[in-house]
Write a protein that binds this ligand. Structure first.
Ligand code: GLU
Length: 448
């Protein structure tokens, strides 16, 4: 993987910038630049034809300064250790921007779920959790869905964890089916949150969303719910795309019909009343709102030059390369950064975990009201930071997040951010005892 496309190095760069802007010093950077724990597992699966296949998986737990680590598990052929490490760090900053009592984690298995039967997927899901169970739990590390993992997969994983522990621990995993203690509104939460942030951004730049246009790249869970809620808000969704093809209609796609088509065929490809469109052309459309809702590094410098949208809503994690980001920012595009834009998912995961802890469940309206309140508050906090420091929304989000994590790390005694007062050198020489150096506590006393 080219270095500038490596999510782990990209997030380290974002952390460095925030640490420097906040004047936190090297101790904070050094503490947070690597996940505290990265686990690799080999999971044997008996395939339907009798062969035994071994799948490699990872779990990265970035920091537990602010609480148990939290984040999804993805099943995808392109999963790599650095991708998982980078994504775990983005989860830390995402939960911190939202003020959730979690640190970040992410898991992944290198596999192509499209080529696997349901039984093979179940065996893989259970085997992955068996390997990781000693390092997980409702107060330790809490997984959730991500790319290509569903509530059903969460159900199998929960069952496996319960069997290993010999207990019922619904708070071990979020995004599970309602009947196992899932939350109302969890499946739609990421898309719902994306649209809350788009409405907030539109208000800030004076864009009337009724009649505004949007294009969405990626039509999995997040892309499809984003389309649904944009349509409900009066936005004309003119183009969508997934791995198998695209659908474009300048007059606006019939979103309810499109969702039915996708439920039937599992792709947007071949949708009636629409023309085929590819990624490059979709990014270059003359629309108000562009939503990358697929994987990392989709908007690079070359694509960014084509973008005409006023708002980019990063529904995916890391969809914009640093070069692409730089170019778009210099052209005044309002980018809602991933760690804010797609935080609705983990926020309702938090609600799910809270409900599991209480054993008392909320109606859908309550979940929705609480999600809206938290998303709006986080957006306002980031926007105020942006105004105060004259930086992009992304930098502002990192300032909010890194500040919070650093405060927690300091309160735990892992780092000492505050510098010794400046003392003129002539006075220093006159002093009998040297000024103690204030730096990171030696690693042996970092209790994590
Ligand atoms: N996978 C989602 C994300 O990237 C949700 C994580 C969670 O709910 O823990 O934010």
């Amino acid at each position: 993987m080219a270095d500038e496309l490596n999510p782990f190095h990209i997030v380290q760069g974002q952390l460095r910038l925030a640490v420097d802007n906040l004047d936190l010093g090297d101790s904070v950077y050094n503490l947070l630049k690597d996940p505290m724990r990265v686990i690799e597992v080999a999971v044997p699966v008996r395939m339907d034809d009798g062969r035994l296949e071994t799948y490699i998986g990872y779990r990265a737990q970035h920091t537990d300064a602010t609480g148990p680590t939290k984040g999804g598990i993805r099943f995808h052929p392109s999963v790599s250790i650095d991708e998982v490490k980078g994504l775990s760090m983005w989860m830390t900053f995402k939960t911190a921007v939202m003020g959730l009592p979690y640190g970040g984690a992410k898991g992944g298995v290198i596999c192509d779920p499209q080529q696997m039967s349901e039984r093979e997927l179940e065996e893989l899901s259970r085997g992955y959790i068996r390997r990781l169970a000693p390092m997980m739990g409702p107060e330790v590390d809490i997984p959730a869905p991500d790319v290509n993992t569903s509530p059903q997969i969460m159900g199998w994983m929960l069952d496996e964890f319960d069997r290993v522990r010999g207990q019922h621990l619904p708070g071990f995993i979020t995004g599970k089916p309602l009947v196992l203690g899932g939350s109302e509104g969890r499946t739609s939460a990421t898309g719902r949150g994306v649209v809350f942030t788009i409405l907030d951004a539109a208000r800030r730049i004076g864009l009337d969303v009724r009649g505004a246009t949007a294009a969405i790249q990626g039509f999995g869970n997040v892309g499809s719910y984003t389309a649904h809620y944009l349509h409900q808000a009066g936005v004309r969704v003119v183009a969508v795309e997934d791995v198998r093809g695209g659908a474009y209609n300048p007059a606006g796609l019939d979103v309810p019909k499109l969702l039915k088509h996708v439920a039937r065929t599992r792709t947007v490809h071949g949708f009636a009343d629409s023309a085929e469109i590819n990624t490059q052309d979709l990014f270059g459309l003359d629309v108000d709102i562009l939503v990358p809702a697929a994987l990392e590094n989709q908007i690079d410098e070359a694509n960014a030059r084509l973008v005409k949208a006023k708002i980019i809503a990063e529904a995916a994690n890391g969809p914009t390369t640093p070069e692409g980001d730089h170019l778009l920012a210099s052209r005044g595009v309002f980018i809602i950064p991933d760690i804010l834009c797609n935080a609705g998912g983990v926020t309702v995961s938090y609600f799910e975990w809270v409900q599991n802890t209480m054993g008392y469940y909320w109606p859908p309206q309550e979940v929705d009201r609480k999600l809206k309140a938290m998303m709006t508050k986080a957006f306002d906090t980031v926007y105020k930071m942006k105004q105060a420091h004259q930086v992009s929304m992304r930098e502002a989000a990192y300032l909010v997040a890194v500040h919070r994590v650093a405060e927690a790390a300091e309160a735990r005694g892992w780092v000492h951010r505050k510098r010794a007062p400046e003392i003129p050198s002539d006075q220093l020489q006159a002093m009998a005892t040297p000024v103690p150096e204030v730096a990171a506590v030696p690693p042996t006393s970092i209790g994590h």
